[in-house]
Design a binder for this molecule. Structure first.
Ligand SMILES: Nc1ncnc2c1ncn2[C@@H]1O[C@H](COP(=O)(O)OP(=O)(O)OP(=O)(O)O)[C@@H](O)[C@H]1O
Ligand SMILES: [Mg+2]
Length: 373
């Protein structure tokens, strides 16, 4: 089957019209996230808060048109609301209701720090980085959990060799699964991989909430959250409902990815989530035979971007087949080859993050609440 590209998606979206203005969602700047993976298209439209319900027919029509494109198996279009002006609530679609008041935190009470691993673009190695950073933090003696917030394409069951397993219930509470000394939770444990799940905005929020609130996370020093790509409902929910200690942005060196990384970064800055720094993944290639280091892309872009944006550069990770192979085998490289150079690189990044968390933890008593401004 032919695979669909972003241009085809944008063209289809341009054929739609906002009932109020008659303009299409692309020219209105509503398209905030397009994800294409194996025939699954997911589009997030960020719409003005007051228009949410009136745009439901447009959302449905967008799904119909995208589903009809060559190479698309399922299309999901979610409406998210623009951030609310200061002091106002976002509309129902943008946040779960809690008696109409400001949404309460759903962060698990026993977890000291929650960090998000994010990127603007898909496939840059967020999940690989999240898993290895979690192992790197655990290597420091910290109690670490991994929360797979990628509802659309969960990776943690595979990365931790937990595919097909179901989390047990103890005293009516869902227990995360244990792997390599970490506590791991993923929607992938709850749904069958063969069953395509079409998630809508409120369902995403409901699932995330449940995995955070109803799961018995126990006492953790750090929870590492693997985010889906982009700036859609998950990012919104996590930054609104969980007090994130910070975000780690993963980027590959190509310029376009960096542009996307900037978008991801700007999104967290906008909601006052501290940026812990940028990791450059697939940064360079080392020949396994001769040790020659090859700069596959324009290496160093993440460092320059980090400097330009005034946020820390956390380190770079090479493109190495062993990183993929160990992930695919269910034991990420920090655990599989702890004495190797890549494990060392991940641990060094984990050390930088841990240092920031310790400083932030000491400085922020009590921590400021995340607010939309
Ligand atoms: N440094 C690396 N060297 C070699 N392969 C890598 C590296 N980092 C990631 N990969 C491989 O690249 C692919 C994508 O990585 P990963 O799933 O971590 O990306 P992602 O950003 O989480 O993707 P998505 O946006 O779909 O969630 C995987 O097959 C992974 O094993
Ligand atoms: Mg991923």
């Amino acid at each position: 089957m032919a695979s669909v590209d972003r241009d085809a998606v944008m063209t289809a979206l341009k054929g739609l019209a906002d009932p109020k203005t008659g303009r299409d969602p692309v020219s209105l700047g509503w398209v905030q996230g397009v994800s294409l993976a194996d025939g699954r298209v997911t589009v997030a439209l960020e719409v003005p808060p007051d228009l949410g319900p009136a745009l439901e027919p447009l959302r449905e029509e967008a799904e119909r048109r995208l589903s009809a494109l060559d190479g698309v198996e399922t299309a999901t279009v979610v409406l998210t609301a623009q951030r609310a002006p200061a002091g106002q609530e976002a509309p129902a679609q943008a946040r779960p209701r809690q008696g109409g008041g400001r949404a309460a935190s759903i962060a698990p009470p026993g977890v000291r720090h929650i960090i998000a691993v994010a990127s603007g673009k898909g496939g840059v190695g967020k999940s690989t980085t999240a898993a290895n950073l979690a192992l790197g933090l655990a290597a420091r003696g910290l109690r670490v959990g991994v929360f797979d917030a990628d509802i659309y394409g969960p990776s943690m069951p595979r990365l931790f060799g937990l595919g097909g397993q179901r989390p047990p219930l103890v005293n009516d509470r869902i227990q995360p699964l244990d792997s390599l000394g970490l506590r791991v939770m993923s929607i992938g444990f709850m749904v069958n991989e063969e069953d395509p799940v079409v998630w809508r905005g409120p369902m995403v929020m409901g699932a995330l909430e449940q995995l955070l609130r109803d799961v018995d996370w126990g006492e953790l020093d750090v929870m590492v959250v693997d985010m889906p790509p982009g700036t859609g409902d998950t990012q919104l929910t996590m930054s609104q409902r969980v007090e994130l200690a910070g975000a780690v942005i993963v980027s590959t060196p190509q310029d376009i990815a960096l542009l996307d990384a900037r978008k991801g970064l700007a999104m967290f800055q906008r909601v006052n989530v501290p940026i812990l720094g940028i990791v450059e993944n697939m940064s360079y290639y080392v020949c396994p035979n001769c040790g020659h280091r090859e700069e596959v892309f324009a290496h160093g872009g993440a460092q320059r971007t980090a400097e330009a944006l005034g946020c820390p550069f956390l380190g770079d990770i090479p493109l190495d087949i062993r990183i993929r192979e160990t992930s695919d085998a269910g034991t990420p490289i920090v655990a599989a080859e702890p004495d190797g150079p890549h494990a060392g690189a991940y641990r060094a990044i984990a050390d930088r993050i841990a240092a920031q968390l310790e400083t932030a933890g000491a400085a922020a008593q009590p921590k400021p609440k995340i607010r939309f401004t």
